[in-house]
Design a protein around this ligand. Structure first.
Ligand SMILES: Cc1cc2nc3c(=O)[nH]c(=O)nc-3n(C[C@H](O)[C@H](O)[C@H](O)COP(=O)(O)OP(=O)(O)OC[C@H]3O[C@@H](n4cnc5c(N)ncnc54)[C@H](O)[C@@H]3O)c2cc1C
Length: 575
């Protein structure tokens, strides 16, 4: 919607297709905040933000993209403020900012207050603000239309998409000078996830089927504080406001692991420490399988003002009054760092011959489905909402510039809808086979078991075989109810074809990366004098590219050169 706003305002015809009503996208669930070095509450500047993001990414992030994002951040946040975003305020009227994991002042010295927040409903407020601005600019929404496949012509340019109108079950071709994918993450390839049920990685599936590689899919972020047993997220904003993680002995164990940042170390780090506590028998509860998040010392007034949704979540999903007692939490799948490779204009780029980043004409990707590579091997909290704003706007501007130059549409190829029609025809003609939800369930089980917080080489190798076996079953999914109108079974079956692409990309890329980096932590590649933290820059300071066809892998270098500032050379990460 940030991109479409640029287009609509420039007077272009823009169609936004969405599986759900726009304000129900997963962004609505974002709680904590948007990162920007406004310096409203403590000294800050974009260089600190840049440093934190590079370090947070375990040096896998591209430094040109990271510089671009951190420099643009204040601008896009103020713009959002002027669009009417109801940020929390300081007494002097400026935007309220809270501390967040991995965000520091003076290059790691102390936590900084950088997360611009609207209570713990930041994503909700942002999504509504952008929707209203789009309505004002007369963006055309196609609500409950599911995009199915990209249309590429003989030259490989993208000239449109096929889509299913859910209400009628009709398939349509939408022709466009440009297609921008902003389809969100694939968090539903895992069994325990903070993600919405619609996060099935459709854009990844569309790209993969159209021959476009997926980048860095081995990197999945576990959020330290999912409600144990429920998966629902408790924002890092809780710890930003002062909440503390404790083990069964009541000990604030993060002090031992991260003496400077403590509970506000980055997510991959905190998740591993929690797992370590549980493994060493200091977990809480009858099965010693979780730790607790203690907010009782914050006081009811602060909690109800700054974290009202967290209070409700505690009540509804854990039967805990967080003002009075600590709440059980476990690391839970939260965010995909990888995705469709793009440059800083949002243009999708692929290797071709000696060129690492050849532009695919007519195709852009932005947001969680994209990998411009600002998050590298581990994303810092609040940098994703920022990523949407910065690169949504940049892509929008770039499209406006190019679309205004291109006067006419390219011709649609004769086989534009063939792939889609073949997929649907198979479902229509199936008379026996498995239910989509059973296959999806096994994808999730397999991924949870073989690509969790702690990975081993053996388990990942087995995982590759296991997920490839499940993939074979996707082709025999059957549709018992073949009715057209709002047939959610058909939609689910189509979604499974996207889930499996994301799952195979993840498993294959993970098993091949024989080091530990960021969220990809493998027991076999532990801390050693030669490879501190198990990270091997000599062989693995590079991006993975996974091609669906033949499940082939390729690699491309990480860009360590920022646009204007000095590069931050790889160092050992400690907090
Ligand atoms: C619980 C939770 C809390 C979070 N909190 C924060 C936070 O505080 N700060 C932060 O920076 N990040 C946070 N994140 C991460 C961040 O919210 C997401 O990465 C980001 O919102 C994703 O935005 P998006 O626009 O890429 O995708 P989404 O918001 O997921 O939107 C995807 C859109 O694509 C549409 N779509 C998908 N497939 C199709 C299809 N086939 N056809 C048509 N339409 C389709 C959907 O309908 C939807 O409208 C959080 C994430 C979660 C899950």
């Amino acid at each position: 919607m940030r991109a479409s706003l640029q287009l609509a305002r420039a007077g272009l015809n823009v169609a936004v297709l969405t599986k759900v009503f726009p304000t129900r996208s997963h962004t609505v669930a974002a709680q904590g905040g948007i990162g920007a070095s406004l310096g409203n509450m403590s000294e800050d500047n974009w260089h600190y933000h840049f440093f934190d993001t590079v370090k947070g990414s375990d040096w896998l992030g591209d430094q040109d993209a990271i510089e671009f994002m951190c420099r643009e951040a204040p601008k896009v946040v103020y713009e959002l403020e002027h669009f009417g975003m109801p940020f929390d305020r300081n007494p002097d009227g400026t935007i309220y900012q809270r501390p967040f994991g991995g965000h520091t002042a003076n290059y790691g010295e102390k936590p900084v207050q950088r997360a611009c927040a609207a209570a713990d409903r930041t994503g909700h407020a942002m999504l509504h603000t952008l929707y209203q601005q789009n309505v004002k600019a007369r963006t055309q929404f196609f609500v409950e239309w599911m995009a199915l496949d990209l249309i590429r012509d003989a030259e490989g340019d993208v000239v449109g998409v096929t889509a299913l109108e859910m209400e009628t079950g009709e398939v349509h071709i939408l022709e466009g000078k440009t297609v921008l994918l902003a389809t969100g993450g694939a968090g539903r390839i895992f069994a325990a996830s903070t993600n919405a049920f619609i996060n099935t990685g459709d854009g990844l599936g569309m790209a993969a089927r159209a021959g476009i590689p997926l980048q860095d899919m081995e990197f999945w972020q576990f959020h330290p504080t999912g409600v144990a047993g429920a998966g629902v997220l408790l924002t890092e904003g809780c710890r930003g406001e002062g909440a503390i993680l404790r083990n069964a002995n009541g000990e604030r164990f993060m002090e031992r692991y991260a003496p400077t940042l403590k509970d506000l170390a980055p997510r991959d780090f905190v998740s591993r420490c929690m797992d370590q506590e549980i493994k060493e028998g200091r977990g809480c509860g009858p099965n010693k399988d979780y730790v607790v998040l203690d907010m009782t010392h914050l006081g009811a007034e602060t909690i109800l003002k700054r974290l009202p949704s967290v209070f409700e979540i505690g009540h509804n999903f854990a039967n805990v009054d967080i003002t009075k007692e600590p709440i059980p939490v476990v690391p839970t799948i939260h965010y995909q760092m990888g995705g469709i490779p793009t440059n800083i204009h949002g243009q999708v780029v692929v290797p071709s011959g000696d060129v690492h980043n050849k532009i695919i004409n007519g195709l852009y990707a932005v947001g969680e489905c994209a990998c411009v590579s600002v998050h590298g091997a581990n994303r810092l909290g609040t940098n994703s909402l920022l990523d949407l704003l910065v690169f949504g706007r940049a892509a929008g501007n770039h499209i406006v510039d190019t679309a205004l130059k291109a006067k006419s549409h390219k011709a649609l190829p004769a086989d534009a809808a063939d792939r889609t029609l073949a997929r649907l025809a198979r479902l229509e003609s199936s008379t026996s086979g498995e239910y989509a939800q059973d296959v999806a369930g096994d994808i999730r089980k397999t991924m949870q078991q073989h690509a969790g917080v702690f990975r081993t080489q053996k388990s990942m190798d087995e995982g590759v075989k296991a997920i490839n076996e499940v993939a074979k079953r996707v082709g025999s999914i059957t549709l018992k109810d073949k009715s057209k109108v709002f047939n959610t079974a058909r939609i689910e079956a189509l979604e499974v074809e996207n889930l499996i692409e994301a799952a195979q990309a993840t498993m294959t890329s993970a098993a091949a990366r024989t080091e530990s980096r960021g969220a990809h932590t493998v027991d076999d590649y532990a801390d050693s004098p030669e490879f501190p933290n198990g990270r091997n820059d000599k062989d693995w300071l590079k991006h993975t590219l996974y091609y669906s066809e033949g499940r082939r892998l390729a690699y491309k270098p990480v860009n360590l050169k920022p646009l204007t500032t000095e590069s931050i050379p790889p160092k050992v990460r400690s907090f």
